[in-house]
Design a protein around this ligand. Structure first.
Ligand SMILES: NC(=O)c1ccc[n+]([C@@H]2O[C@H](COP(=O)([O-])OP(=O)(O)OC[C@H]3O[C@@H](n4cnc5c(N)ncnc54)[C@H](O)[C@@H]3O)[C@@H](O)[C@H]2O)c1
Length: 315
């Protein structure tokens, strides 16, 4: 029997590259598709000479024909700095990209998983967020291209499922961090670590009392794989994230302590529509997938610091 062939769109990005690695370790044929908008060849250099790994430079907003068994649709810039650079393109990646990938899945009868996001809940009135919560999203704000784009992508996934019987899965990813995050993309964990390693001021937007819960990348990838390989009668959406809440100030202090940095904390105004609290309810993932995060914040931060330390010394 031939080996399962798996397409990972956004495969050269932070999450995509970890996913490609894991799929190769299972012995699958992996097609990594990326246009390198926020992805980096450095993330996948170590995979390029593997016989089961193929790299395709392509933009998901354009159709492509490939013979595959499974598709992980991860292509989309995930950090506000990048997705707000070209908001029309961000909406296109989510809407046209999803249509192209769902069309492909339909033609070749592939199973397809969408990397959706906690941002579809917007600035929530409900806490923690359950999958049944419909969200509170500004349709015309600076984050809308991403939030509404991802919401529309979910709509498309469920309509292809209902109308065309495409075998879908939808995961809603909450803040995930780890090695291979891009140091300049403004995400809080990478920002703080890089600032701490350089002994620069650590910038907190707002008072620092806003909370987030951070999931380590290995936990997230495990959840995505369980969802893809789970039963066809559980298609999601399912929340995947860590439930341990920390304030942004606590995170900054932890990173300063763990890096032994001389950095000082400085406070800046909170950007528009930035949610005050964000925490997943993962009871559905526990019940249906037997999944829960296992990596502590300290252990995950330590590995991430080691990654950025190496990057800084290579400069
Ligand atoms: N990291 C998180 O905390 C998080 C949270 C929620 C959802 N997600 C979702 O997970 C996915 C991956 O996120 P990430 O953190 O790895 O971000 P990332 O920016 O590192 O990766 C996205 C990848 O998609 C590629 N890409 C962008 N536009 C493309 C296009 N038009 N065609 C082909 N490739 C394109 C980029 O070059 C990059 O390699 C995204 O869909 C994101 O929305 C991530």
């Amino acid at each position: 029997m031939r080996q399962k062939r798996v397409l990972v769109t956004g495969g050269a990005g932070f999450l995509g590259s970890h996913l490609c690695e894991k799929l190769l370790a299972f012995g699958y044929d992996v097609l990594c598709l990326d246009n390198f908008f926020t992805g980096n060849k450095r993330n996948i250099y170590h995979l390029l000479d593997k016989p089961n790994f193929e790299l395709i430079r392509h933009d998901v907003t354009l159709p492509i024909y490939l013979e595959v068994d499974e598709i992980f649709n991860f292509a989309c810039p995930a950090s506000p700095v990048y997705y707000q650079k070209d908001p029309i393109q961000t909406t296109k990646v989510n809407v046209l990209g999803s249509i192209n990938m769902l069309g492909l899945a339909k033609r070749v009868k592939a199973k397809i998983l969408q990397a959706s996001t906690s941002e579809i809940y917007g600035d929530p009135e409900e806490h923690p967020q359950k999958e049944t919560y419909w969200g509170r999203v500004n349709p015309i704000g600076p984050r809308s291209c991403y939030d509404e784009g991802k919401r529309c992508a979910e709509t498309l996934f469920f309509d292809y499922y209902k109308q065309n019987k495409v075998n879908i899965r939808v995961i809603r990813i909450f803040n995930t961090y780890g090695p291979r995050m891009y140091s300049e993309d403004g995400r809080v964990v990478s920002n703080f670590i890089v600032q701490a390693l350089r002994d620069e001021d650590i910038t907190i937007y707002g008072a620092g009392s806003q909370t987030r819960s951070f999931c380590y990348v290995d936990d997230l990838i495990e959840g995505a794989l369980r969802m893809m390989n789970g039963p066809d009668n559980f298609i999601g959406p399912v929340n995947l994230g860590n439930t341990v809440e920390v304030t942004i100030s606590e995170l900054a202090e932890k990173i300063i302590a763990m890096t032994g940095s001389q950095s000082k904390i400085v406070y800046m105004p909170l950007p528009e529509n930035d949610p005050i609290r964000r925490k997943p309810d993962i009871s559905l993932a526990i019940e249906k997938l037997g999944w829960r995060p296992t990596v502590s914040l300290e252990a995950g931060i330590e590995k991430t610091i080691a990654y950025f330390k190496k990057l800084e010394t290579e400069k």
